[in-house]
Design a protein around this ligand. Structure first.
Ligand code: UDP
Length: 328
């Protein structure tokens, strides 16, 4: 089995990607400092506990496991927080990522799959978003991801390491295997917040902004099941292994849903009314983001099969129910 290094593999998307990698014949070695991730999410291969910014440690892990391929998830990911407190975002997502890349260069890493984001586009000029849409982020988070893409571009050009930057839209849902799912220390994402509210862990759902230029005034996003995202990583790795050139690819369904539509869908799936409060806009939120998925189909042959909205919500609901029962 070919070993690959999954930096940030103890997190939400990382752990689902480890499962997909294992199902496709790879052995995922997880490197994670557990600042956001959880050791119990490392279920599909060896675990190396440490920091992406610890160059000596990273070099040792790469040598020990004979690594040539990296999947890189290690990043802070909260759009709103990144605007109010940018310092850890630049430190982790840019400075430490660069330290990590320098080790990759030194150790002859060949392929690098990078978690980028639709947040790199900023406020869209046109939707659906294609990969050549101008990138002008409106959040610190988006800017740090754009810097990650740029570091990879220049490193690739100068030193030959190939990469695929995967620009995720909104990751959500949980694997049907039932042992991995979304579990953030501070939850800021819409779907888990709604579900936790239904479980009594929060009083209400705040809807951030009702005066956007959208049909119902709330923000529109492209929600993609985490298992579909995970499979796209395997396809991106195979693409580079088969001689593909460095590239950037959107990972979304092509369909956008408003915050109000998501709340309605949760009410339908769970049968429970959602207590809502309408509040001010959140900093850093573009009004509308959804993908043109054509390039993901053409280059990777990737078609989402789990991302029907009801399926997403049902899988996330199953996970939240299980989590709440475990905690009791
Ligand atoms: N959102 C909201 N209330 C919440 C959390 C999120 O209204 O408690 C909105 C948020 O403003 C955005 C959308 O839901 O328009 C998706 O936000 P999320 O944080 O889930 O993902 P993001 O798009 O920021 O990556």
């Amino acid at each position: 089995m070919k070993k690959v290094l999954v930096a940030g593999g103890a997190g939400y998307i990382g752990s689902h990607t480890c499962l997909a990698l294992k199902n496709h014949g790879y052995e995922p070695v997880v490197l994670d400092n557990l600042s956001e991730g959880h050791e119990w999410l490392v279920q599909f291969g060896p675990f190396e506990h440490g920091d992406i910014g610890d160059s000596e440690f990273v070099g040792e892990v790469i040598a020990k496991h004979g690594i040539k391929d990296i999947l890189f998830f290690a990043a802070f990911t909260y759009v709103g927080v990144s605007v109010t407190d940018p310092e850890p975002y630049f430190e982790n997502n840019v400075s430490k990522m660069h330290d990590f890349l320098a080790v990759c260069k030194k150790t002859g890493i060949e392929n690098f799959i990078f978690s980028s984001s639709c947040a790199t586009y900023g406020n869209p000029i046109t939707v659906p978003l294609t990969e050549d849409h101008p990138q002008n982020p409106v959040s610190t988070y988006g800017d740090t991801k754009l810097m990650g893409e740029k570091m990879l571009k220049w490193y690739g050009q100068a030193y030959g390491m190939k990469h695929v930057a995967l620009r995720y839209f909104n990751a959500c849902g949980a694997s049907h295997i039932g042992t991995i799912g979304e579990s953030h220390n501070i939850e800021t994402h819409l779907i888990p917040i709604i579900l936790k509210t239904l479980l009594g862990q929060r009083n209400h759902v705040s809807v951030f902004g009702t005066d956007y230029d959208t049909p119902d005034g709330t923000c529109i996003r492209d929600y993609i099941h985490v298992d579909d995202l995970a499979n796209a990583h395997v396809k991106a790795l195979e693409y580079l292994e088969n001689g593909g050139e460095s590239t950037q690819i959107n990972l979304g369904t092509g369909t956008g849903y408003s915050v109000k539509e998501i709340i309605n869908a949760v009410e339908q799936v769970t049968g429970h009314p959602v207590p809502v409060r309408f509040e001010e806009r959140r900093a850093g939120d573009p009004p509308v983001l959804y993908a043109n998925p054509q390039k993901s189909r053409e280059v990777l042959g990737w078609i989402p099969t789990h991302s029907d909205l009801h399926n997403i919500i049902q899988s996330a609901w199953n996970w939240e129910l299980k989590q709440s029962q475990t905690k009791v």
